[in-house]
Design a protein around this ligand. Sequence first.
Ligand code: ZN
Length: 235
Amino acid sequence: MTKTAVCVCSGGIDSTVAAAIASQEGYELHFFHASYGQRAEGKEKAVVEQIAAYLGAKELKLAEIPFLKELGGSSLTDIKRAIPAGGEVDLDNPGETPSTWVPCRNLILLATASAYAEVVSADAVFVGFNAEEARSYPDNEKEFVERYNAVLEKAVASFSQPPTVKAPLVDLLKPEIIKKGVEVKAPLHLTYSCYLGDDKHCGVCESCLHRRRGFKEAGVDDPTEYIQAGEKPKS
Ligand SMILES: [Zn+2]
């Protein structure tokens, strides 16, 4: 019987590599992407469509969660708050919660994706949570996944088999994730990481710095087009 996976995908490297792993493991893929008012939403949605098509997904579901934008509390969703330049954040030891934290986002996204998984009787929900993100964001830790899976057993209907959330990158840092991506033939060239949402990557936000450093340390050619110094972003 075909195994089915819901792949939570932002269009970034981590969730795309996790989806490519699910594909390699023989799952039929159902992509899930959430719009919660993040600045890069237009760009993210466009690349997720390309990634889902590239990996032969059976379906792509887009979830609108406008409440997170209404709520604010994050520089990703509130345009009045500046996104910190990457140089302002210590990538290895952030020391404090970055302003890009979105309150309870991964819990909300996972709950929404789990509802989708229950409807399509998915065996698993794949996410790109990883050790590099876990330095700043506790909802990327292994413990978060384990506890969430325990809750999920009581969150689906009595006669439904709960899906298992799988985070195959949970112990990996960005360079290892990129190497893994090459190994599982993930379409890294299609991924988009920038917080700002311009057509090209800004190259200087925290997320772009993680991306740049990851490719460099992995020894993998970086396929990303970064905005050059002096070049104006389109938007
Ligand atoms: Zn950027």
